[in-house]
Write a protein that binds this ligand. Sequence first.
Ligand code: NAD
Ligand code: FE2
Length: 383
Amino acid sequence: MANRMMLNETSYHGKGAIKAVPTEVKARGFKKVVVVTDKDLIKFNVATKVTNLLDDAAIDYVIYDGIVPNPTIENVKNGVNFVNEVGADAIIAIGGGSPIDTAKAIGIIVSNPEFSDVISLEGVADTKNPSLPILAVPTTSGTAAEVTINYVITDKTNARKFVCVDPHDIPLVAFIDSEMMMGMPKNLCASTGMDAMTHAIEGLITKGAWEMTDMLHLKAIEIIGRSLRSSVEGELKGREEIALGQYIAGMGFSNVGLGLVHGMAHPLSAWYNIPHGVACATLLPTVMKYNKAFTGEKYREIAKVLHIVDAEIMTIEAARDAACTAIDQLSKDVGIPTTISELGVKAEDLPKIAEDALNDVCTPGNPRDTTVEEIIEIYQGLL
Ligand SMILES: NC(=O)c1ccc[n+]([C@@H]2O[C@H](COP(=O)([O-])OP(=O)(O)OC[C@H]3O[C@@H](n4cnc5c(N)ncnc54)[C@H](O)[C@@H]3O)[C@@H](O)[C@H]2O)c1
Ligand SMILES: [Fe+2]
């Protein structure tokens, strides 16, 4: 089967990238725009950096800021009503993965109203029309939702997070501007950065990986590996590099899928509202070790781009261990929790959570086929 690559039509990178937002809105002839964001980003004057530019350019817009982290079906339905009432012809999504993912679901349903229950969008939905055009401005450096064809919504009633994969949802234009990310507190910067590292590693070893996506994922691992620590310390250069690294990881994994870390992280967020990046980051070092015998030479490649001495010539077992140790160390250095019990996970819930993890859309992409029993064991080892 042929390999498919889908990317934004246009993307802007680097400090000041958001200055191109009004130009793009005007050049594409949009008349009325809904800005999808969350309340904190308005309160802390992050989203305002973009809306000020829209004001200066006299662009007609209204704000929908009702999004919560791990966005819900309700967030999507309310957003659809809002966009329809306003009669918008485009969406500007400003935020982390939560507002950008919600904007994708809203945009898809506005163009494909037969999916207005939201739940029917799970997996690969047969939508017929492209989303209402989305311009995306990330404010965290992790999810790469601005360049992916996925979005993740929480069904609170059934304590489930479900992944939707739909080429029709890809944002038309993305503006990756590190100045939008400078306000992230250390823990958010660390967990979203490790989410990006997880995308790069899972995208590298997933079953559908191929040469072009390997190139992207290895570059992302190299950039994130060398700059996450300084980004977490709030250094400008580090934040700029991570902004790019997470985007490059998104260019890759969006086109090939992920694996067991994401499969196991989604139910943790659905059950306990644990932030996505924290859930992924806490699981990553352990799942990396679980997968290591099923990764061919890939972990050596990771060790090489992380500049581990002699990675090229050591035995494959040593190279795999070196890659796992380096990621474990990075995770510790940026302050990621080492147990899931400190995130509130309860031993008695594990059998049900493990079932949800096995059934997650991301799990089949894992290089090592797994079972409920093995997933329970991994969770238990992290309690
Ligand atoms: N679409 C995809 O491909 C994809 C990939 C990975 C994760 N996700 C999803 O994305 C969501 C997580 O997104 P996220 O980790 O980016 O966080 P988020 O969007 O949930 O935001 C978390 C918190 O950080 C705050 N915040 C965001 N930017 C800030 C800034 N610059 N300064 C200060 N505070 C800021 C927000 O206000 C919010 O309170 C999850 O639902 C996850 O499942 C999607
Ligand atoms: Fe993720």
